[in-house]
Design a protein around this ligand. Sequence first.
Ligand code: C2O
Ligand code: CU
Ligand code: CU
Length: 500
Amino acid sequence: MRRRTVLKAFGWGVGGAVALGGGGFGAYYLSVKRDTVGKLAFDTALSIPALARSTSGASGARVFTLGIQPGETLFKDGKATRTWGVNGTYLGPTIRARRGERVEFAVHNGLDEATSLHWHGMHLPAVMDGGPHQTIAAGDTWAPRWTIDQAAATLWYHPHVHGATADHMYRGVAGLFLVDDERVEALNLPSEYGVDDVPMIVQDRAFDGDQQFVQREPLAGSLGVIGDEILVNGTIGPYFDVTTRLVRLRMLNGSNARLYHFGFSDDRRFSLVATDGGLLAAPWETDRLYLSPGERAEIVVAFEPGERVELRSYPAAHGGVLGRLDGFDDRFDICQFRAAGSLSATAAVPAVLAAAPDLAGRTVAQERSFVLASNRINGRSMAMDRIDFGVREGTVEVWEVTNDNGYLHNFHIHDVQFQVLTVDGGTPEPPLRGWKDTVLLVQGKRYRLALRFRGHTAPNTPYMYHCHLLAHEDDGMMGQFVVLGEGEQVGVPPGHHRHP
Ligand code: C2O
Ligand code: CU
Ligand code: CU
């Protein structure tokens, strides 16, 4: 949207902008491609977020205490960067809980502005969701609680204040939330946290001359802030010491806007074993993997004793017109893996991991269509006081989602994990065959998603659906739905009046 406006204002067609050559926009265009391959020292060990400690509450629940706070973080030698974090100065601890467990939180907002903490990918009551209707005022403590009721998966948490999500995330508030269950434990996947089961929160940041984060948007860019340095768990140019033959990486694209196209420096193959909502039916072997903002992937990589190999992000498709401005042509070294001289053996990845999603062929209670364009969904901008629709608890719906815009978008739905039924009428690629909560929308393609709504009815308290490119979300590319019990009607969010 913004890019189109700028180009129009200057009377540049797409070809014209590139053809300008020698000066102005053309020179800028030629200069923006980043390539850090071979340029990083890899002299800092990958930081591993601590596991959050919990106490046991009176009701038998596990109680976690989280404090969102400002601070300073040393990313580079010289000067510290002003950042925000959870129980620390940047990012937050990894929360870990088992299916069936009750969890309770005391989330204290130590900032001097309101924020929130959303549990991305979690099936839970809307009032515990941490979205824009559950903001925590400066100095206040929020106490959500629920029972973990979903399959093992790599989920995460981050702020979700309408209009400020991009800013709060960029400053550093985010962390992982790992759900465990018996099924995944029986598989013998690498599972020693920080040893052969390694979290990797991948983010891009731009620094100014004073070593402070800058929220710089590329000239005529369309996605919001794009950084030129890559951090993993807050470490720039990290190395990781490999001690086992197989390592499971839990990857999160924790960036505001950047699309990653992961692969290794020697193009080795690896196994994708889980996506947003948990295990795939079977591992998928590949040498490349896309992750758009908010998406997760668990991959298992095999190493040989003594070797060194880098995880990279390669140039990406799907950028559309002038995608280079938004980083689609960039190439990054991300993390170096250094294998020890001898590696302990680990069990092979099983050929069958889990049951495949089972929503195809169900009775569909309702079909809906969502067109994403110009930071709107179906032409509408997010309004806090407007619930866009209600879904019936216990039913299956099919949502058809299309990016009709020329720029990158993805689609995230709260409360549920969905099944991608088809992409443009065809069978989805293997990475889209497991449970998902966020899906990259390739321009022009139609994604048919099947969703089942279970429990947690609340006619006045909405869940969100939105583009997870945070500048788009903040600008209004978001909507709200409620889950209705029998006989219930769509209501009005607390503290609001019915929208005309
Ligand atoms: Cu990751 Cu609505 O959020
Ligand atoms: Cu979410
Ligand atoms: Cu978008």
